[in-house]
Design a binder for this molecule. Structure first.
Ligand code: FAD
Ligand code: NAD
Length: 476
């Protein structure tokens, strides 16, 4: 072995989780090594959140330009130049890449090693034949990879995954998307608004992890925009013919054919555990990922697993960064903070956006909690009416005393307005806090105040309240 290193912390994987863990560890002044086999930044920067957001930004402008006549603004002949959109997506990635570059990490005190990491034993990792690392603690942040479903005929021709779709330099004329989770739904709306014909296929319900009322509002909008959505389908066969693809599906016992120019698989992801030598390190794992306890510790006490590779955890960038902070604190200080299972919010960045903090109603029911639902529609909100963005609602779940358990907002800017609710849930606040706070007006955030008023409204007509008012009136 050419070199042996003995850092305090060795992080494997340089996605958003690994980068956060490595920089956090180095900020405490401890020797830190980060191993990455590909480009730094992982899914978040290269194939996930950043390119999707850049695509959706262009799509929103195209949709706004087309809809502008309703506001008395005529924008005729809206044209999409996909080459510019492609360039903007990759410019955004390039502008953000320096934040996690080898040089910047070196500046923080992180040594980056390029190559494939593999455990040799319980506390030794090798990178090829060149480097051996014996660290005090390891943080595994190797993320996940797209799963390609086994459909007869699929492998006989080309198809896209979320890893390759952002390499497209031309707009797909007729796009079939398999997978109606957040990625499939966001990309369906993005490509449709840019001019593709889009068919979105789900084997189960679309946006199945979201509140069904909220998901139906998003799906209705997708259909209004001309996206063909089919759920509960079985994928029977794929035929690649010249420059097109024909997919046979079965729906309600009937077979039908869906044709397109391109096929995008956004169906599922699997944890990236292969080739890591987990068994040599006695790290328990299965198809769902690396098994962790509530402190993100694996069956090998020296090793933590975070982000997409950790079994049973939400797969999103915010979970990966949250985990990174917890794992580093546990590894360095043995503080043992535990993962709070409702701490990680989620947002589907369609228009309307679908945002959740804390529990959904389904989760509250599964946990047999006693709860009350408060709702307020967007069409009662001043800003929503003034801007003509009235599709949506807020749904708040509170316990009997009003403690906020969960919030789902579907509507304009839901991804921004959910932030206040994330704070409220993290601090264990009561819905009264929303009544007491003064909000700027007119804002979409005011729908939160409306539900708080609804919670307390029944009290205002109670006999004892009337009696107090009567007594005070007598006293002058
Ligand atoms: C299309 C799409 C859109 C998304 N949009 C959002 C969004 O809007 N918001 C959100 O919160 N989440 C979003 N996500 C999910 C989010 O991107 C991921 O949950 C998050 O990036 C996972 O981070 P990670 O650090 O755990 O893993 P990854 O980003 O997968 O990084 C893992 C890294 O480890 C490296 N690696 C793997 N094995 C080894 C090895 N043996 N040795 C060395 N290196 C290794 C990989 O090369 C990779 O760079 C999206 C995902 C997709 C696909
Ligand atoms: N805005 C966001 O926060 C955001 C956006 C995109 C992705 N993500 C996260 O990234 C991860 C990946 O997202 P995703 O949407 O690709 O995956 P997902 O697992 O969330 O959804 C995949 C969908 O494909 C379906 N599916 C599974 N197997 C299938 C098969 N064999 N054939 C057809 N359909 C199948 C599932 O039922 C599900 O509806 C998720 O954890 C997601 O939460 C987050």
């Amino acid at each position: 072995m050419a070199e042996t290193l003995t850092p305090d912390i060795c992080v494997i994987g340089g996605g958003v989780g690994g980068l956060s863990a490595a920089t956090a560890a180095a900020a405490f002044g401890v020797p830190t090594v980060l191993i990455e086999r590909d480009v730094l930044g992982g899914q978040h920067l290269n194939t996930g959140c950043v390119p999707t957001t850049a695509l959706l930004a262009a799509a929103k402008r195209a949709a706004a330009a087309r809809d502008s006549h309703a506001f008395g603004v005529k924008a005729s002949g809206v044209e999409v130049d996909f080459a510019v959109i492609h360039r903007r997506i990759h410019d955004a990635i390039a502008r953000l890449s320096p934040n996690g570059s080898v040089e910047r990490l070196a500046g923080f005190g992180v040594r980056v090693i390029k190559g494939e990491a593999m455990f040799k034993d319980r506390r030794t990792v090798t990178v090829g034949d060149d480097v051996e690392i014996r660290a005090r603690r390891f943080v595994l942040a190797t993320g996940s990879r797209p799963v390609v479903p086994s459909i007869p005929g699929l492998d006989t021709g080309p198809y896209l995954t979320t890893d390759t779709v952002f390499a497209l330099e031309q707009l797909p004329a007729r796009l079939i998307i398999i997978g109606a989770g957040p990625a499939g739904v966001e990309l369906a709306q993005g490509f449709r608004r840019l001019g593709s014909d889009v068919t979105l296929l789900g084997t189960g319900e679309a946006l199945a992890d979201s509140d069904p009322e909220a998901a139906s509002i998003v799906l209705a909008q997708l259909e209004r925009e001309g996206i063909v959505v089919k759920t509960g389908v079985a994928l029977v066969h794929v035929s690649h013919i010249s420059h097109s693809v024909a997919l046979t599906i079965e729906i309600d016992g009937r077979q039908e054919m869906v044709e397109g120019s391109h096929l995008l698989i956004a169906a599922d992801r699997k944890p990236a555990t292969e080739g890591l030598g987990l068994d040599a390190a006695r790290i328990k794992h299965d198809v769902s990922g690396i098994r962790v306890n509530g402190k993100l510790r694996t069956s090998n006490g020296r090793v933590y697993a975070i982000g997409d590779v950790a079994a049973g955890q939400p797969r999103c960038a915010s979970a990966a960064t949250y985990h990174a902070g917890l794992a580093v604190r546990n590894a360095l200080f043995r503080l043992s903070p535990r993962v709070a299972d409702s701490a990680v919010p989620s947002v589907v960045f369609t228009e309307p956006e679908l945002a959740r903090a804390g529990l959904t109603e389904t989760q509250a029911r599964q946990r047999k909690l006693k709860y009350r639902i408060l709702r307020s529609p967007y069409h009662d909100n001043d800003r929503a009416q003034a801007e003509g963005r009235t599709h949506g609602q807020i749904k708040v779940i509170v316990d009997k005393k009003g403690t906020i358990l969960g919030v789902t907002i579907v509507g304009a800017q839901a991804g921004e307005t959910i932030a206040a609710w994330c704070l409220a849930i993290a601090q264990g606040m009561n819905i009264r806090a929303m009544l007491d706070v003064v909000l700027p007006s007119p804002t979409f955030a005011e729908i939160g105040k409306r539900v708080a008023i609804d919670f307390f409204a029944p009290n205002l007509t109670r006999p004892w309240v009337r009696r107090i008012i009567t007594w005070l009136r007598i006293l002058g």
